[in-house]
Design a protein around this ligand. Sequence first.
Ligand code: HEC
Length: 159
Amino acid sequence: MVSVGCAALAALVPACGSSDSGGGGSSGSSGGSSLAVNTFTGTGDAVNGKTLYDGDATCTMCHGPGAVGSLGPNITFSTTAGIGGWTEEQFFQVVRNSKSRAGNTVCKYMSPTADGKPFTVAMVSDKGIGDIFAYLQTTSSDTVNKGSYLQLDSTCSTQ
Ligand code: HEC
């Protein structure tokens, strides 16, 4: 698991465990990439996750109340229409590093201001992402909704 690697790195790189390692540069030593590494290894708090989802993290703006899909796709925990089969690590990768489950770069609309820049630690911490993931596990809608941004931009693959 990546978080184990981060714990090991923390001994050498103090910033690894701090909440302001948004750049992620120092923790992306393997492979020479600058992808941020998840520092949260605890159990997510679904109640706080809902507060973040509906508030500061702005997810509801695009994924809709209850995560059923709107401008962005259905991200409820439905295994047929949502992200029910996803691991927490895959979820972290898309929110923090714009990496889809298939490893591609998600379209620019999957970002705080639809500008193609992924969510920074200042906007949502690693724990916040874990909390939102816990919240999404309480949601379910089997209605397929890939979101209206899909029509605007063919790089929105929702895979
Ligand atoms: C400005 C609009 C917008 C905001 C805000 C937004 N998203 Fe997204 N999101 C999208 C779009 C559009 C996609 C589809 C991207 C693609 O397939 O290339 C997406 C995709 C995703 C996916 C992958 C879904 C799949 O089936 O592949 C997840 C998970 C996700 N978003 C979570 C979040 C979370 C969590 C937040 C809040 C922290 C958030 N998004 C905020 C627009 C947004």
